[in-house]
Write a protein that binds this ligand. Structure first.
Ligand SMILES: [Zn+2]
Length: 283
C-alpha cells in the first residue's frame, strides 16, 4: 500500500528528466513535465532531422562552421516549426569559450537568429526572465547546461566547455540570475545535455596539471581523461543547486555516439553543431 503511493508520487511530482522524442523526423531531448507544468521549454537537439550534407548532416544549426547558409536556415526553421517557436525571436551568442554572461531582454530579440555577425558578442551564457524569447547556443562536445527557476520563471543557457568550466561560467551565470532577489536557488532545476564523456575526453599533461591546481579531489579524473560533466555538476552544487534537481542526459557522449550527435573531437574539427535551447512560453 505505502510503496505504491510512494512510487506514484515519485514519478509524478518531481521527474523533470529529459526524454528522447522524435517529431516530424526531428529527434531531440525535452523535459515534457517542465513544459506541461510550468510552460518552460528545455530542449537539446541531436544531429538527426535536418537537410545539411556531410560533414554537417543533417541538423547542423550553426552558421560559423562552413555549412551552406541556406541549409542552416532551413534546419533552424524545421526546429522552430516543430517546437512552436518563432525563429525571428531567437537569441544567440558569439560563443568564444569565455565566461561572460548576458542578460537578455526584448531589445536583444532576434540577435543571431539569421546570422552569426548579429549574435551577442563575446558571450557564452544567456539569461532571461522574459517570456517568448528563445535562447539558443550551439555545441559539439562542450557541456550544454540549462538552468530554470520555474516559480520566478527565469532561464539560462550556458556553453560550458573545458575553458568555460575552468573560468567558472556556471557560477557567473548563477550570480547574474541571483541579482533578482525573488529567485530562490532551492527551486533551481539544472539540465545537462549531450557532451563529450569521460570515456572520450583525453587531456594532455598540461591541461591535467592546470585542472589539478584549480579543482581539488580526483573524482573528475580517470587516468588521462577529464570528466567535464562531473565538474559541471560540482559547480552547480557549489552554487546552491540541489543535487536532486540536476538532470543529466546520461549515456549521451557526443564522441561515442557520432550517429546521433556532432562531435568536434571525433570528427577532426569539421562537423556541425547541435543546440541547447530554452524558452519561457507565454501564459
Ligand atoms: Zn565517449
Amino acid at each position: 500500500m505505502g510503496s505504491r503511493k510512494m512510487l506514484s508520487s515519485k514519478g509524478k511530482i518531481s521527474d523533470y528528466s529529459l526524454e528522447f522524442k522524435v517529431t516530424n523526423g526531428l529527434s531531440y531531448y525535452i523535459s515534457s513535465l517542465l513544459l506541461e507544468k510550468h510552460g518552460i521549454l528545455v530542449v537539446f537537439t541531436t544531429r538527426r532531422g535536418g537537410v545539411s550534407a556531410e560533414p554537417y548532416a543533417s541538423l547542423n544549426l550553426a552558421f560559423h562552421v562552413g555549412d551552406d547558409r541556406d541549409c542552416v536556415l532551413k534546419n533552424r526553421e524545421i526546429l522552430c516549426n516543430t517546437l512552436g517557436i518563432d525563429l525571428k525571436r531567437m537569441v544567440c551568442a558569439e560563443q568564444v569559450h569565455g565566461a561572460s554572461v548576458a542578460l537578455v531582454d526584448e531589445k536583444a530579440v532576434g540577435k543571431g537568429a539569421f546570422s552569426i555577425d548579429e549574435s551577442i558578442p563575446d558571450t557564452d551564457s544567456l539569461v532571461t526572465g522574459q517570456e517568448n524569447i528563445p535562447l539558443a547556443l550551439f555545441f559539439a562536445d562542450c557541456v550544454p547546461v540549462i538552468l530554470v527557476e520555474p516559480k520566478r520563471r527565469m532561464i539560462a543557457v550556458v556553453h560550458a566547455g573545458w575553458k568555460g568550466i575552468y573560468k567558472d561560467i556556471i557560477s557567473n551565470t548563477l550570480k547574474l540570475m541571483s541579482f533578482d532577489k525573488s529567485l530562490d536557488k532551492k527551486n533551481l532545476l539544472a539540465f545537462i545535455g549531450p557532451s563529450i564523456g569521460v570515456c572520450c575526453f583525453k587531456a594532455g599533461t598540461e591541461l591535467i596539471r592546470n585542472f589539478s591546481a584549480r579543482f581539488n579531489g580526483q573524482d573528475w579524473l580517470q587516468k588521462d581523461r577529464i570528466d567535464l560533466r562531473s565538474l559541471a555538476k560540482r559547480q552547480l552544487i557549489e552554487n546552491c543547486v540541489l543535487p536532486k534537481n540536476i538532470y543529466a542526459c546520461d549515456n549521451c557522449c557526443t564522441s561515442c555516439r557520432k550517429d546521433t550527435f556532432f562531435s568536434y573531437r571525433a570528427e577532426g574539427g569539421k562537423t556541425g553543431r547541435q543546440a541547447a535551447m530554452a524558452m519561457i512560453c507565454s501564459q
